[in-house]
Design a binder for this molecule. Sequence first.
Ligand code: F6P
Length: 323
Amino acid sequence: MKRIGVFTSGGDAPGMNAAIRAVVRTGIFHEAEVYGIYNGFSGMIENEIRQLQFSDVGNILQRGGTILGSARSNEFRTPEGRKKAYSNLASHGIEGLVVIGGDGSFTGAKILNDEFGVPFVGLPGTIDNDLYGTDATIGYDTALNTVVEAVDKIRDTASSHHRIFFVEVMGRNSGFIGLDAGVAVGAEMTLIPEEVTNLDDLVYYLKRIRGKKKSSIILVSEGDDEGGAIDIMNKVKPQLEGFDIRASVLGHMQRGGNPSAADRILASRLGVAATETLIKGGTNLAFGIIGNNVNIVGIEEAISNKEVIDREKLRVIEILSRC
Ligand code: F6P
């Protein structure tokens, strides 16, 4: 394969630039031309495509966001949109794609493959860490550290004022960020979508530890069945009269910032492995790292399975925070 395209799609994640750099430079190393497709599937439809040279990806390894831009495209969901996308790829002579994104992005690339036979490989790029076949997704480690830093700061003020804080973190329908951050910040409790939340237990617990702790941090994953941090605070407030309670939604700051060393290394290793596989003719594969080894799974397997959270961490949080 002599001409490949690379794009980022869905929510951006720190380390996507490191992945783009790896794809471009690996392609060039193997004497392939690499084209950047801007703004995900939208840009593919709008023909926002141009060749990237070695120096175009200089000095981006350490930068957050994605130089290619990202988007969620409704037009790509239509057959007409996909036809346009394919004819633009064909007009540039692009023979295969590297998609950097989450399972929605992998699914989009798979549909393009089913309909037009465009070979592709996927790199897991999302802060949510919810992709199957890899210990961590590109962006997760950085986002987790961002959350830990922010919640540590909230802990300072919460302790000074003897407050309970409900802090909402991202993760869509997955509790990875909430769970790992819960362990790392010493949260009093972490509410995650994978578990049914019992607000009576929460109220009981907060009353029981009253006066024993200077502050309480309840982490709330955004997909929790009882709602976000503000919803939950409002639901329990009437039963917690006399308590000083606040809520804080961390929001999109979790997606920004310079990627951690772990994310740069992950993105670089996967970028090289995936691009080499694509150039050699591999397709419909998702790349990850398990243990310390590159792990490759079929795209169907990657899309149809869900990465499972480690419930033991809930017990760790409980044991270490309950007094
Ligand atoms: O998938 C990444 C993510 O940040 C989720 O954690 C969150 O639910 C979603 O994207 C937010 O998407 P948007 O930026 O489109 O509001």
